[in-house]
Design a protein around this ligand. Structure first.
Ligand code: GAP
Length: 463
């Protein structure tokens, strides 16, 4: 099928996955709220990641740090000086753009260029804004969001909302070592919200000003970093294909050029996904060397080294960092799972010649694993259906829906990716059975009411 971003935006809004933030006040540019289904899907993705990379491993611990940190952290990490984009403004509309992106759209190669070099290229091309107007001179625009602490105007201190999770893993390194005594190689993981004052957010939730991130810093001996890098690249690919279910042929690995590397990295690769708007970064993997620990040790005066067991020598561990954008992943999951198919028969109670939209999500990741649908609102049916929904809710996220025709209800469950619908009908009163309809095949099976839980356990046990 032709999956467009527009279709995903519509589905997400219509079915309550994601909608514009502050909508009743006209919204706030590029802010998005996760609705009742979006939050379930997001939590499921996060839980899957957490289980796979944190709790099921013996070499991983986790933290949950403050979003506001001492501003020294961001000075020492290099973000205050280096975490910026080249900003230009349309002199008429005052719309802001990233000059590197405008030049790239003209086919120019711009990675790693200084501001003056970008300006030269723009001058040589006679570059105008997309609206055809003059542009201002480029200036460096820092992506860290600033805010102020303190009650009164005159003693307010400038602080930053965290721009990445990683810094807390370095700043808390000493405490984690003291309390958990892990031996290298080991990782410190975190999942949470980060903030970046992006100049050109867009493509729905692909690039936003605040987003959820899941990442870990994996501490290794310097000699081990390449091996660790290869291992984590394999693990990231394995997780996103086998556990999340993204199509392998829509994923590729792209190596960063030396000019493109972040200020802290010696090697970075992106795992990219083929979106309707081109190949785009999904996850990143970076070798951060001992850059962060060393800088924080020097600036704080704290010893952040480990001691070699045999020789007793002190050393800085090196860091390999797999990073997973959660909200970006959720968008890719919706794009990847979206399908439309013609429905020939009335199987599944779609009309003949109709097309159904179905989200082919991994069952355990879907907002609901099951939905209970009484065929009518007759009290006797509702009683059985609600009892069944209560039973299922103890095991899975279960939807209960008694509104509209059964055809429309199936259509909704297909669109939100619910793998199993259990319909209670008038025969159920006699035979104590329900009809189970499977999302992808639309096949229907009649099972005993009291077998519903073991039946779904068996069906949902596979990832
Ligand atoms: N600690 C390393 C780090 O933060 P990054 O490449 O700057 O690395 C990590 O960001 C991930 O966060 C990306 O791979 C992407 O999935 C996601 N991401 C980055 N900027 C984003 C934005 N503006 N909106 C949504 N997700 C974003």
């Amino acid at each position: 099928v032709d999956v467009t971003l527009e279709k995903i935006v519509n589905l997400a809004k219509r079915r309550g996955f994601i909608f514009p933030g502050s909508e009743i006040y006209g919204g706030l540019a590029n802010s998005w709220d996760y609705g009742p289904l979006g939050v379930l899907l997001k939590n499921n993705l996060r839980d899957a990641w957490w289980k796979h990379f944190v709790t099921s491993r013996r070499d991983m611990v986790a933290i949950d740090a403050s979003i506001l940190m001492n501003p020294k952290v961001w000075e020492v990490s290099g973000h205050v000086a280096n975490f910026n984009d080249p900003l230009v403004e349309d002199k008429v509309t005052h719309q802001r753009y990233r000059l590197d992106q405008l030049l790239e759209e003209q086919g120019e190669t711009v990675t790693g260029l200084e501001l003056s070099e970008l300006q030269q290229k723009a001058d040589a091309l006679g570059l105008k804004s997309p609206a055809g107007n003059e542009l201002t001179e480029p200036k460096r625009f820092n992506l860290l969001f600033e805010t102020f602490l303190g009650a009164t105007e005159d003693n307010r201190a400038r602080v930053y909302l965290r721009g990445e999770l990683a810094q807390a893993m370095f700043v808390d390194f000493k405490r984690v070592m003291e309390t958990m005594r892990p031996a290298i190689p080991f990782g410190i993981a975190q999942a949470g919200r980060v903030f970046r004052n992006e100049i050109t957010p867009g493509n729905f939730t692909f690039r936003t000003l605040e987003f959820d991130l899941m990442e870990f810093e994996y501490f290794v001996a310097q000699t081990e970093w390449e091996q660790s890098f290869d291992y984590w690249l394999g693990e990231m690919q394995r997780w996103v294909t086998t556990e999340v279910g993204l199509a392998a042929d829509k994923l590729r690995v792209r190596e960063h050029t030396p000019e493109e590397l972040s200020h802290y990295s010696k090697r970075t690769v992106d795992i990219e996904y083929q979106t309707p708007f081109g190949w785009r970064e999904l996850f990143g993997l970076a070798y951060r060397t001992d850059f962060d620990l060393k800088n924080h040790a020097e600036a704080s005066g704290q010893d952040l080294r480990l001691t070699e067991a045999k020789s007793g020598e002190k050393f800085y561990p090196h860091v390999v960092e797999p990073t997973f954008g959660l909200t970006r992943l959720l968008l890719m999951v919706l794009l990847d799972a979206y399908d439309e198919e013609p429905v020939k028969s009335s199987g599944g109670n779609h009309g003949p010649g109709e097309t159904r939209t179905v989200l082919r999500l991994k069952p355990y990741l879907a907002p609901f694993q099951a939905a209970v649908l009484p065929l009518s609102r007759k009290e006797k049916l509702i009683k059985i259906a609600q009892g069944l929904a209560d039973d299922l809710s103890r095991h899975w996220q279960t939807d209960y829906d008694e509104t509209q025709s059964i055809g429309k209800r199936y259509r909704r469950q297909d669109e939100i990716g619910t793998p199993y619908c259990l319909t209670v009908d008038f025969d159920s009163l006699e035979d104590q059975c329900v009809t189970v309809r499977e999302r992808d095949s639309m096949t229907q099976e009649r099972i005993a009411l009291d077998r519903a839980v073991p039946y779904l356990h068996e069906k949902l046990s596979d990832r």
